[in-house]
Ligand binder design. Structure first.
Ligand code: UD1
Length: 436
């Protein structure tokens, strides 16, 4: 028995009866038939840092739908797997993003990928049995995404209950690099999902090439950008730049931000081997002589710096140069520091999208990206992981004049489109065709 965490407010269960669901064949549209007056029970999963900002707008849109008295009524439960558990990797994001407390916390924690995935799979199956949702929403590409998707896909095999519909938010992204754990998570989750919500056009093409029926796929935009647009003003008001001495204050008035760069690095392929990590740091050396580089450090990366004895790269930051290590930041402070940066250097996926939307030049410290729209239309360049490639990409970005160009449907309304689609599933027996 999983204990529900105490909640501040929860949507009331309208009826105890289990809805009748109708699953259609692969070629047809997924539909969900629920008796009148019955709430549709939706369970959204979050686990790791990049999930929180993708899930928050969906929860807000479901609540707005209910508050407006629209039908069907949604009963929503939030499940936290516990993949990320520290205050700075998890709790602070709940406060910043105004997320409700999780209704269920699986308390899984760290482990090898197999251990972590298996533990989430086992515990989430128990949650499914206990809660009997109609729809499960998973977001992004972390181990929690895959494990919970798999639990849903296998649910009917050992119970008499029908399995819930599985919705994947941020479907279709592909780096075509199967060495990347997230790529395996993306491909497998997409192939199990009933509803695939896509953030950029490449996602539609990738899913078509993999034989996923177009009827399951909907291009809705990007819920991570919904969060960015919602909290941008709050981020502007954050005191992070003053606190770090990156914005002067005179007579209580804020001056212009200083010329600085922002760095994030946490991918195992970049930081878990000494040579790769050192190559990247060497690639930054020209830049760090010119402007200060602020580096909020992921716990994994901090451990590697100590293990590999790389402290010399961070030993002498000054207000005008060097790399300055700081603790990981919350959402609002991170957006605050990102939007005024001269340049962002990252191996994260989401930051490539956020910098594109903000019009901030970005160098991706990887050999590929699963988010090609950020390079084709946005401000991102792929710098690779060799020192020479990184130096070249930085020089290119510093010399470039950026013309901001926000990708299609990154307009802050992705979550509304997702909720509209969920509504439509229930209301109509013959849904309208979705984009090819
Ligand atoms: C995970 C995601 C990655 C995402 C990243 C954001 C997968 C496969 N990877 O990687 O896609 O970009 O989150 O951070 O799901 N740790 C803590 N405190 C925490 C969480 C983790 O100290 O709250 C430490 C643990 O020692 C752990 C290590 O960080 O072993 C890595 O955490 P893990 O969740 O395994 O992967 P991430 O590298 O964070």
């Amino acid at each position: 028995m999983l204990l529900r965490t105490p909640t501040r407010a929860r949507v009331v269960l309208v009826s105890a009866a289990i809805p009748t669901q109708k699953f259609t064949s692969e070629k047809q549209f997924p539909t969900l038939t629920v008796k009148t007056q019955q709430a549709v029970k939706i369970l959204t999963v979050v686990g790791a840092r990049p999930n929180f900002m993708k899930a928050a707008p969906i929860i807000r849109a479901l609540r707005a739908h209910n508050a407006a008295g629209r039908t069907p009524r949604f009963q929503h439960l939030l499940v936290h797997t516990g993949q990320h558990y520290d205050a700075i990797m998890s709790d602070r994001f709940f406060a910043d993003l105004e997320l409700p407390e999780p209704d269920l916390h699986l308390g899984v924690g760290s482990g090898s990928h197999a251990e972590q995935t298996a533990e989430i799979l086992r515990k989430f199956e128990e949650a499914l049995r206990q809660e009997q949702p109609d729809v499960v929403i998973v977001v992004g590409d972390v181990n929690s995404t895959l494990a919970c998707a798999l639990a849903v896909a296998k649910f009917s095999a050992n119970t008499s209950k029908r399995r819930p519909l599985l919705a994947h938010v941020e479907a279709g992204l592909r780096s075509f690099d199967r060495e990347m754990p997230e790529e395996v998570n993306r491909v497998l989750t997409d192939h199990m999902a009933d509803l695939l919500f896509v953030t950029e056009e490449s996602g539609i093409t990738n899913l078509r090439h993999e034989g996923i029926p177009a009827s399951k796929v909907l291009f809705v935009g990007n819920t991570m950008i919904d969060s960015l647009l919602r909290f941008r003003e709050k981020a502007q008001a954050s005191s992070i730049l003053q606190n770090l001495g990156l914005r002067e204050t005179q007579n209580g008035l804020s001056g212009s931000p200083k010329n600085y760069a922002l760095l994030t690095l946490h991918r195992p392929s970049n930081v878990d081997a000494l040579e790769s990590f050192r190559d990247i740091l060497e690639g930054l050396s020209d830049l760090t002589r010119q402007i200060p580089v602020i580096f909020p450090v992921h716990p994994r990366t901090r451990r590697r710096i100590e293990e590999f004895g790389l402290q010399e790269y961070f030993s002498a930051p000054s207000p005008s140069s060097g790399i300055r290590l700081i603790d990981p930041l919350g959402y609002v402070d991170f957006v605050g520091i990102m939007q005024d940066a001269r340049l962002v250097l990252t191996d994260s996926g989401g930051i490539q999208e956020e910098t594109t939307c903000l019009g901030v030049p970005c160098v991706t410290l990887r050999e590929n990206t699963e988010r090609p729209v950020t390079v084709k239309r946005g401000t991102n360049v792929i710098g690779g992981t060799s020192s020479a490639g990184i130096r070249q990409a930085i020089a290119h970005q510093l010399a470039r004049t950026v013309t901001p160009c926000v990708p299609e449907m990154w307009d802050g309304k992705a979550a509304e489109r997702i909720v509209a689609r969920l509504t439509h599933l229930v209301e109509s027996e013959s849904p309208v065709p979705v984009s090819e």
